[in-house]
Design a protein around this ligand. Structure first.
Ligand code: HEC
Length: 107
């Protein structure tokens, strides 16, 4: 019984820790699963591969022009507008949050 409680407490603590780290407060409400799905569904990689080769991930440059959470979200919004993807604001935020978790790691 005690062990069960301890496990629960630990996993809850772990989950909040991971979440707090994965989604910065500026991106509050971001849905990482949704973001991953949107990135997969909208050929982000396919087009980036045409630009940078490899698996396309090299287009994400944390030390480049996009160097803050705000600019990252802005770039995703710009792609959304240019490509006419029709993302809702919370979808833009979710995509930016996934890119930040995987590549940019801005705080
Ligand atoms: C039709 C081609 C195309 C598609 C589709 C596309 N992108 Fe891009 N993306 C580009 C190009 C070209 C750049 C480089 C722009 C520059 O640096 O001037 C870019 C740059 C970016 C950057 C900035 C990278 C950096 O660190 O400077 C982000 C973020 C990004 N794209 C996100 C996305 C996301 C998310 C999607 C899918 C929803 C997407 N893009 C779909 C062409 C595309």
């Amino acid at each position: 019984m005690f062990i069960k409680h301890l496990m629960f407490a630990l996993s809850a603590w772990f989950a909040t820790g991971v979440l707090a780290q994965a989604v910065p407060s500026l991106y509050q409400g971001a849905d990482l699963k949704l973001g991953e799905q949107l990135i997969a569904d909208n050929q982000c990689d396919a087009c980036h591969i045409r630009n940078v080769g490899g698996d396309g991930k090299a287009i994400y440059r944390p030390n480049g022009r996009v160097n803050s959470l705000g600019l990252l979200r802005g770039q995703v919004e710009a792609c959304n507008t240019t490509l006419n993807l029709g993302f809702f604001p919370e979808e833009v935020t979710s995509v930016a949050a996934v890119l930040n978790r995987d590549f940019y790691r801005f705080k």
